[in-house]
Design a protein around this ligand. Structure first.
Ligand code: HSE
Length: 425
């Protein structure tokens, strides 16, 4: 039986998940792979005596992991960017295979890291959508396909909050507070709710599916903090759910990469993926549409993806992998101003004759065509009523200009809502 020793950096929930999988499933993994995995070392800033290390040596020196000849594969599970990136560079430079769950480092520095040595062996399945083997799907299962789009619910915190707003009519701030109480959102939730975490993941999917260098700046980012319960209710009445989506898509103009709240038809399977679950819908030329769904976070679930990478590296599988030198797509990124989308608009306006017509006229002056509209009666004493439109496909640039004009109309209050809509046909 081949024996492979692991060195784990970090002792947080994912590292603990890896230790548990090895403790519980070592024999099963050995039976399937012919490899017996042990954890030789764990290095972390501070010890956690409550965590069972199964005989692994503990130290507070990260360098112990890549300097120890007994360690065959290093796992970077410390998170964050600066310390983790420096450590990962040292691991690759030392010629050790590396597995990481670190989306921020791969999205921002993946090319440099993978180019440090021609034989750099770095895997990062756990960096995108936790337990879902989406990188394997793109790089292995669908390797013979040309991708049309990769669209996903790739942030569990956002999905939990939007689901709670939908199910309970909760306001954003209350749903966020519940998510924090349940441990689904950090004390400082900015990375999740402002879309940065999802954008890191989308930057990785964009590179892998469309053969481009990793570049976080390719992704346009909006979070969910401005979505209101009224938006969710109107969307519901019109037959849609609001999801926070990452969208990487090939169009006639080039490649789009954007992360933002999106109206999705209720009939679309993605619309039924709720709570903290993640899901990724991939459309490609030969396979058609394939959907992957599962837990996008959590120690055990993320550790499952980490172990898949560990097994692949230990088995020296020569599966297709991201090669910086081959990431040379001819496709240009489409700037957000040129992106075409249908839109949901909510415009608070005075309840007077002609206001609806003036707003519709302002939209039409910018070439924006209306697909559907709702206007509710004013409830007693209400100064402004919502006019809600769904528009046909419109360029972002025209929409921005039209909304600036609408916002300046004396009969219109604020703030306006504009949320993009995707049918995902
Ligand atoms: N905080 C992330 C999420 C999980 O809510 O999906 C790790 O990326």
């Amino acid at each position: 039986m081949k024996k492979v020793s692991l060195g784990i950096a970090g002792l947080g929930t994912v590292a603990q998940g890896v230790l548990e999988i090895i403790a519980n499933n070592r024999a099963l993994i050995a039976q399937r792979t012919g490899i017996e995995f042990t954890v030789a070392r764990v290095a972390s800033r501070r010890p956690k005596p409550e965590v069972a290390l199964a005989g692994a040596q503990f130290s507070t020196q990260l360098s112990d992991l890549y300097e120890d000849p007994e360690v065959d594969v290093v796992l970077e599970l410390i998170g964050g960017e600066t310390v983790a990136y420096a450590f990962m560079q040292a691991v690759v430079a030392a010629g050790k295979p590396l597995v990481t769950a670190n989306k921020a480092v791969i999205a921002a520095h993946g090319n440099t890291l993978l180019s440090l040595r021609p034989d750099a062996a770095v895997r990062f399945e756990a960096a995108v959508a936790g337990a879902i083997p989406i990188i394997q799907a793109i790089q292995q299962g669908l390797v013979a396909n040309r991708f049309e789009y990769v669209v996903g619910i790739i942030n569990g915190t956002c999905n939990y909050i939007l689901t709670a707003m939908q199910a309970q009519g909760a306001a954003f701030a209350d749903a966020l507070q519940t998510a924090q109480a349940l441990g689904y959102a950090e004390a400082d939730p900015t990375f999740d709710i402002e879309g940065i975490d999802a954008a890191h993941k989308l930057a990785i999917l964009l590179s892998l599916a469309f053969d481009r260098p990793f570049n976080f700046d390719d992704v346009y980012v909006e979070g969910i903090s401005e979505v209101t319960s009224a938006d969710i209710e109107y969307a519901d009445q019109l037959g849609y759910k609001i999801k926070h989506l990452g969208i990487a898509r090939r169009t006639d103009q080039g490649l789009e990469a954007r992360v933002h709240p999106t109206l999705v038809p209720k009939s679309q399977l993605l619309a039924s993926v709720n709570d903290v679950l993640n899901a990724v819908l991939v459309k490609s030329d030969a396979a058609g549409a394939t959907l992957y769904c599962g837990p996008g976070a959590g120690g055990a679930a993320t550790a499952s993806a980490v172990m898949a990478d560990v097994v692949a590296l230990a088995s020296q599988e020569s599966t297709p992998r991201y090669r910086p030198e081959a990431a040379q797509s001819e496709l240009q990124m489409v700037p957000i101003e040129s992106v075409q989308s249908a839109y949901y608009l909510r415009i608070p306006a005075q309840d007077q004759p002609g206001v609806f017509a003036s707003v519709a006229k302002a939209l039409s002056q910018h070439g924006i065509s209306i697909e559907a509209a709702i206007q509710k009666e004013a409830q007693g004493g209400q100064a402004l009523v919502d006019i809600v439109f769904l528009t046909q496909m419109t360029r972002e640039l025209e929409m921005t200009a039209a909304l600036a004009q609408v916002q300046n109309m004396p009969e219109v209050g604020g703030p306006l809502s504009r949320i993009r809509l995707e049918t995902l046909d």
